[in-house]
Structure formats: structure tokens, C-alpha cells
Design a protein around this ligand. Structure first.
Ligand SMILES: [Zn+2]
Length: 162
């Protein structure tokens, strides 16, 4: 009889955990989102979190959600985790891959996911499901045949000492 561990984490827990860990890198005071793209062989292809493009200092750009003009908010500047994960990948094709996301992708990220050939989305939260962005996102994903599946929480709490 083998003595291997039986309480190891599942693939789903592992990849959603990596996505959430990536989100902890975000400087956004309100929303921390992470993404992890994996291939059919359970190999991690890319990781991303929401942040400013390279060279754009976190101290020089706004993190506000509301301001007199759009230029005073984060929206024109922040790259979402899904797009960052797609753009961070330099290894070839993401065709047929799966993206684990802590929050359901917005319509802009849905476009990028579709065009990158990502086949499946596993999402933890869909808290903006009533927003026009999410409705538009699902309309495009449905048309393009990209699957989106809610992540089934196991309730496992993982403590990591750093
Ligand atoms: Zn997005």
C-alpha cells in the first residue's frame, strides 16, 4: 500500500489559489483580481493581476473610482488581470486553454479571451452579473462558444507562512 498524502489540494484549488495569490500583488485599493491560464496538461502558461502598464508608476497614476473627469480615475489606465495574463504570455498559442479568474471577466477582457482562443473560464465571483459590462461579456462568450463555469468552493483555508 502506498503512503502518499491524501489531503493534497486539487487542480482547481491550486489554479484558483494561484489566481488569488496573483491578485494580492494588485495596488488597487478597491479591487484585487488575479488570473491564471493553464493548458490541457495542467501546466500554468501565464499569470496576471490588475495593474498599470509597465513604466507607468503606481505613484503617478490615480486609483480613484470617481473623479470630476475620467482622467482622475483609474479606469483609463489599469490593465485587467485577464488581459495582463494574456499579454504576459510569450510562449506561443493559448488556443484551447483555461483561464481561472477571481472575478468574472468584463466585456473588454472577454474580447481578448475570445481572440486569444481561450476555451474555458473558471470564475470565483460574479458579483457584477447585473452590470452591462458582464451582460455584454456573456453575450460575446456565448456567441463565440467559450465555456464559463463557476468555481465550486471547497471551503478549504490555506495558510502560507512567508
Ligand atoms: Zn476586464
Amino acid at each position: 500500500m502506498s503512503g502518499k498524502r491524501s489531503d493534497y489540494i486539487s487542480w482547481d484549488e491550486y489554479f484558483m489559489g494561484v489566481a488569488q495569490l496573483a491578485g494580492m500583488r494588485s495596488k488597487d485599493p478597491n479591487t484585487q483580481v488575479g488570473s491564471c491560464i493553464v493548458d490541457r496538461n495542467h501546466k500554468i502558461l501565464s499569470i496576471g493581476y490588475n495593474g498599470l502598464p509597465r513604466g507607468c508608476s503606481d505613484d503617478d497614476f490615480p486609483w480613484e473610482r470617481a473623479s470630476e473627469g475620467e482622467l482622475g480615475t483609474k479606469y483609463p489606465f489599469v490593465t485587467h488581470s485577464e488581459l495582463n495574463a494574456i499579454l504576459n504570455f510569450r510562449g506561443g498559442s493559448l488556443e484551447g486553454s483555461t483561464i481561472y479568474v477571481s472575478l468574472f471577466p468584463c466585456n473588454e477582457c472577454a474580447k481578448a479571451i475570445i481572440q486569444a482562443g481561450i476555451a474555458r473560464i473558471i470564475y470565483a465571483s460574479d458579483k457584477y452579473s447585473d452590470s452591462e459590462s458582464t451582460i455584454a461579456s456573456k453575450k460575446m462568450l456565448d456567441a463565440a462558444g467559450v465555456e464559463y463555469i463557476p468555481y465550486e468552493s471547497t471551503g478549504r483555508i490555506i495558510e502560507i507562512h512567508l
